[in-house]
Design a protein around this ligand. Structure first.
Ligand code: MG
Length: 475
């Protein structure tokens, strides 16, 4: 009798310990975690306080970093809008899903509806899904967010500078539509209130969906040019319009975190804050800072592809911590799928499940990151501390005077003529090529590049890939 009791006690204790552990792991026992992804546009590595910004204030992001985890080596797939977004939402390299560069208003192309998006992954588990902000993965109706797993959509279909007030090519663009679902709400000739409107929608969504798991995707159109902030932030940062815009984005983060807290969702919600690519440097005082990284948007140097990233989930992600390993936007889909117990998209993914790195209990699985830009040019390979930069041409400003007033200056082209190797641990600014001193690392990464070329192609060497899937197209 005694023995049977102690056995039952052991089973019950074990079960309770299991429940408690599970509770810690998933925030609240049994509940699927909400996921909030705040994705800024062209925000530089050095643009927020936790990553060294001093010219303006980001108190809400500072708090988010203090309560969460800073990812100091967080990468996008390509340093340009549409390609970067395709990778974020599919867990695949943008070249795998056929999305390169940035789609224009008249484009019939977009992310193929056959691809499984993050929204579709979690929707299968009963999540509510909303996107408030800039889509940029296809303007035709059949390629809008509402055709790609998002139940609610409010925002821009593409970049805010693709409009008749473009500083260089105004005639190239039709009026800029503001979308709700698949409908045009109105066209815009001023974008001052957009950040506040997007924030209000996001906050309302949290309140409405608080009783079920949700995916809230907030791809802010700012601080991409043309810079806009609402009246109450204008002139407030003391650091010019760019600073004002960042302070409003920080306010927006505070509103979203506040709504989570007010609805008792803090411990049930993973919040990810990051950017689609580095700063658009040719816009000078209307561009952000790469924080000492080399070059910016539109290049595969660190300033283009390494973006600031903070994740917060009280009780799961260790507060005030930092992850220094390479993590990437392509890891979001497999990681969220694992958290939600959802099925992965069929077909090969390029991202990996990084839950252990999020929770600070283990390393990121070893892998290479392949950085492509332009029309499928394989420009760089990253593995651990090493980065191989392959021969290619890239845009740079040199010592040119900084652009003023939102009118960009012209880039010139520069060339990498032989493979260069950088030790990102000791030289994050990519100043010293160590290829000659490390032939074994060069050979290893060249071999990895060759494997990737075979799989996903490379227009620099004329290799056609075997596994690229077609871009979406609406006739
Ligand atoms: Mg961008």
């Amino acid at each position: 009798m005694q023995r049977r009791f102690s056995r039952i006690r052991a089973i019950v204790t074990g079960w309770l310990v299991g429940v408690v552990l599970l509770g810690v792991r998933t925030g609240v026992a049994g509940a699927l975690p909400n996921v909030v992804v705040i994705f800024c546009d062209d925000l530089g590595y050095g643009d927020i306080g936790a990553f060294g910004a001093k010219a303006w204030r980001t108190p809400n992001l500072d708090r988010m970093a203090a309560e969460g985890r800073k990812f100091s080596r967080f990468y996008v797939s390509s340093a340009v809008c549409s390609a970067s977004r395709a990778a974020l939402l599919t867990g695949s390299a943008h070249s795998r899903v056929g999305v390169h560069g940035a789609f224009g208003p008249g484009d019939r192309r977009g992310l193929a509806v056959e691809e499984t998006t993050l929204a579709e992954v979690v929707r299968a588990k009963g999540y509510a899904t909303g996107i408030f902000g800039k889509w940029h993965l296809g303007r035709p109706e059949g390629l809008l967010p509402v055709a790609q797993g998002f139940e609610e959509y409010f925002g821009l279909p593409y970049s805010g500078d693709m409009w008749p007030r473009h500083p260089e090519t105004p005639k190239a663009y039709p009026p800029l539509p503001l979308m709700e679902g698949a409908k045009v709400l109105r066209t815009l000739d001023d974008q001052s209130d957009l950040t506040a409107e997007i924030t209000a929608r996001a906050v309302r969504f949290i309140g409405e969906k608080k009783d079920r798991p949700f995916l809230l995707y907030v791809p802010h159109p700012q601080p991409h040019v043309p810079l806009y902030c609402s009246e109450r932030f204008r002139g407030k940062s003391g650091a010019g319009l760019y600073g004002d815009v960042i302070e409003e984005l920080d306010w927006s983060v505070g509103e979203i975190l506040g709504a989570l807290r007010a609805n008792g969702l803090d411990e049930r919600t993973l919040v990810v804050f990051t950017s689609d690519n580095g700063p658009w440097l040719s816009y000078g005082e209307h561009a952000g800072s790469s924080g000492g990284l080399r070059e910016g948007k539109g290049t595969s140097w660190e300033g283009g592809i390494r973006v600031p990233c903070v994740m917060r989930w009280p009780g799961v992600i260790p507060a005030g911590s930092e992850c220094r390993e390479p993590v990437a936007t392509i890891d979001l889909v497999p990681t969220v799928a694992a958290l939600a117990g959802a099925e992965l998209p069929t077909g090969r993914l390029d991202g990996v499940d990084v839950r252990a790195a999020l929770e600070g209990r283990g390393p990121v699985p070893e892998r290479e990151l392949f950085i492509r830009y332009a029309d499928n040019e394989l420009q760089a390979v990253i593995a651990g501390r090493w980065k191989l930069v392959l021969p290619h041409a890239y845009r740079t400003l040199g010592d040119q005077e900084k652009a003023k007033g939102g009118i960009p200056v012209k880039y010139r082209m520069a060339k990498v003529t032989a493979p260069e190797l950088y030790d990102l641990e000791n030289d994050p600014g990519e100043k010293r090529d160590v290829a000659a001193e490390r032939p074994e690392e060069v050979a290893r990464l060249l071999a990895a590049a060759e494997r990737s070329r075979k799989e996903l192609g490379d227009s620099l060497t004329g290799v056609k890939g075997e596994a690229n899937r077609p871009v979406g197209m609406v006739k």
